[in-house]
Design a protein around this ligand. Structure first.
Ligand code: ADP
Ligand code: MG
Length: 329
């Protein structure tokens, strides 16, 4: 069976200027540098990593909102058509995006009910009378009442706005939802509600999610599989429980050790050595080597492939089999 979403060797580089104008030189920034993964219907892949590692660019590449420099995206076995083309617009119905900030995703001057209906008009689905009915039903499905239909975005709470964004994404019956930090802008008390709604919608509609977050605990809770990104590449991928209980890659170990642990008082944070990563100055060999306490000569020279380990997970580290089990896990 082919997976709903198949991503292979996806890469995107940007030309940027280095140094202050007018002395800056042009340089290449590898935002995403050869990323491959699959997501099946009804399943969630969690994508984690520090700010700037390429998560949002990956999301945009998957939807074709950013043109890939290399690689390929397939939805239901079909190759994603060129961005902006009519076949691409038709395919966009099958994949929707949920952004971090619901307020900027909504039009402040338009009543939210209209905004939920709008994608139906864009994709030419249903007659106008039916559209209103469908929008009210969809708003109900995400936990809003019919009287919310006539409200403006600023009259709703942050959680309600994100529900509107979800209703708007789901009204065209997509198969894949790409959620880029969907709860990061919400109050902590509301985050769990929206996560539960996402889980409930997935169970009811069989949606596939690409769930992006820097909140590892949230990712663990929602994901069937987790991929850890570092400077544009996936460095570890596997079962969430295994990955969080016994992280294999030194970078994953550092991330996991930084998760605040309840009942332990102070946060135990493993501070990584070296400079924070900069995708313009990607280190040779393993990009993580300047911050890795285990790095040897080989790590500075040779890029490690993402390979399957004996326990079934995948990691991109030359030394992973030789590392101490207990370090910072
Ligand atoms: N349009 C762009 N032009 C130049 N650089 C970009 C552009 N979009 C993203 N980048 C750079 O690519 C890298 C990855 O960005 P992004 O995908 O937004 O990371 P994340 O979502 O993980 O924080 C960053 O260094 C960012 O500055
Ligand atoms: Mg981002």
């Amino acid at each position: 069976m082919t997976a709903l979403l198949e991503v292979s060797g996806l890469a995107r580089q940007f030309r940027v200027r280095r140094g202050a104008w007018p002395f800056g030189r042009s340089a290449t920034l590898h935002a995403v540098d050869g990323v491959s993964f699959e997501i099946e219907a009804g399943r969630t892949l969690g994508l984690v990593g520090e700010s700037g590692c390429g998560k949002s660019t990956t999301a945009r590449l998957v939807l074709g909102l950013t043109q890939a420099s290399r690689g390929e995206v397939r939805i239901g076995g079909e190759k994603l058509p060129p961005t902006g083309s009519a076949p691409w617009r038709a395919m966009r119905q099958r994949m929707q995006m949920v952004y971090q900030d619901p307020l900027s995703a909504l039009d402040r001057r338009v009543r939210v009910g209209r905004q939920v209906m709008e994608p139906l008009a864009i994709h030419g689905i249903g007659a106008s009378g039916e559209r209103r009915e469908k929008a009210v039903a969809m708003m109900e499905a995400v936990g809003l009442a019919p009287h919310h239909f006539e409200r403006f975005p600023h009259e709703l709470s942050g959680g309600q706005r994100q529900r509107i964004v979800l209703a708007r994404a789901l009204i065209v019956d997509p198969q894949l939802l790409v959620c880029d930090e969907p709860i990061s802008a919400l109050d902590v008390s509301i985050q769990a509600q929206v996560v539960n709604l996402l889980l409930d919608l997935q169970a009811r509609l069989g949606l596939a999610y690409l769930f992006i977050s820097h909140d590892l605990r949230m990712v663990r809770q929602v994901s069937h599989e987790v991929a850890v990104m570092y400077l544009g590449r996936i460095v570890e991928q596997g079962d969430p429980d295994q990955l969080f209980a016994t992280p294999a890659h030194p970078y994953t170990r550092a991330l996991v050790s930084a998760i605040p642990v309840p009942n332990r008082g102070a946060r135990r944070r493993l501070v990584l050595a070296g400079e924070p990563p900069n995708p313009v100055d990607r280190p040779a060999g393993c990009a993580f080597h300047p911050r890795c306490p285990f790095a040897v000569a080989r790590c500075r020279a040779e890029i490690p492939e993402l390979r399957t380990l004996a326990d079934g997970r995948r990691a991109a580290c030359h030394l992973v089999e030789e590392l101490p089990q207990s370090w910072a896990a």
